[in-house]
Design a protein around this ligand. Sequence first.
Ligand code: 5AD
Ligand code: SF4
Length: 359
Amino acid sequence: MQPVQSIEELVQRALSSSPWEREEMLWFLREDEGNELLRAAADRVREKIFGPVVHLRAIIEFSNFCRNNCLYCGLRRDNRRLARYRMSEAELLEAAAAAVAQGFKTIVLQSGEDPLWPPQRLAPVVQEIKSLGVAVTLSVGELTYEDYALLRRAGADRYLLRHETSDPELFARLKPDSSLARRLQCLAWLKDLGYETGAGCMVGLPGQSMESIAEDILLMKELEVEMAGIGPFISHPDTPLGQEPPGSPLLALKVVALARLHLPYSNLPATTAAGVAQERGREAALTWGANVVMPDVTPHRYRLLYQLYPGKAEVDATANAFDHWQQRLLELGREVGKDLGFSARSSSASAAVGPDQSA
Ligand code: 5AD
Ligand code: SF4
């Protein structure tokens, strides 16, 4: 049974936002016969909405302390083998200014859930980076509504909080400090506060079914997220999942393509995990519907220590990540986005003005 016959049909459906049958999605996930059809359709939708433009976002990982104990992650609090670091305000601002000087138009600030870098401390840093004329994305985990509001008032434009998995039981098992319900509450708050909101999931987690992966895509569609980070699970030896098999890089690419067909206007990064799981995996993701790359610009002395999973620090080992990607994109027939790179959905026009300037 092949549910869909043509690229045109898939493209049309994506652009008209017509719903999919779960069974159809499962067919694409389970079988490999439809892979090229899926890839080509997602690539065409990406091209129709974004053209050749790829947005580059510089990510600064400013603390690897984390109060949580997620089973998959190398930063989990019980991982005593990891040396911890915490950047200072001055180091953060220096790294951000250097990235802006390279040409980046978005600075992403990411950390573990570090109690010594609370929102009150982060807000002035956000404000300072905003004064450089760039967009600021935050990815610092689960906070209260008031804290998200504080950071939004400080000028933060976007927030990344992957939902990780849409299966509530699997979520509870892998993320014992939280729950799916709480995660979804945070995402709802972020949307409510006018952040461009990013969810996303890992693919190939131990115990994750194909049905639940299909559910991940439907959930992101329902939430109408402006961004979706999707990458394969990579086993980390110093975690309880160290002996588990890693997720399939090809399956993760298929999930990116399905996400593109469900969320034609959203920004989909070619994730670092995709680049670690497979040689030139990020370049591949850019041909499966992705339109964003987020190179790591964390100071080299800290980079090896932000080890969510092995191999992560090695993929962006270049001196000037912006030039490096500009060149790579040229080779792929793509080009670097020149604006701040907000979501292509029309409602984001007001977000481009920023919370402080809008009337
Ligand atoms: N493999 C792949 N992705 C991981 N992340 C954390 N640990 C792993 C891993 N072992 C992802 C999570 C998190 C993001 C910052 O990194 O999805 O949200
Ligand atoms: Fe902490 Fe995030 Fe890693 Fe969980 S995934 S342990 S919250 S850094």
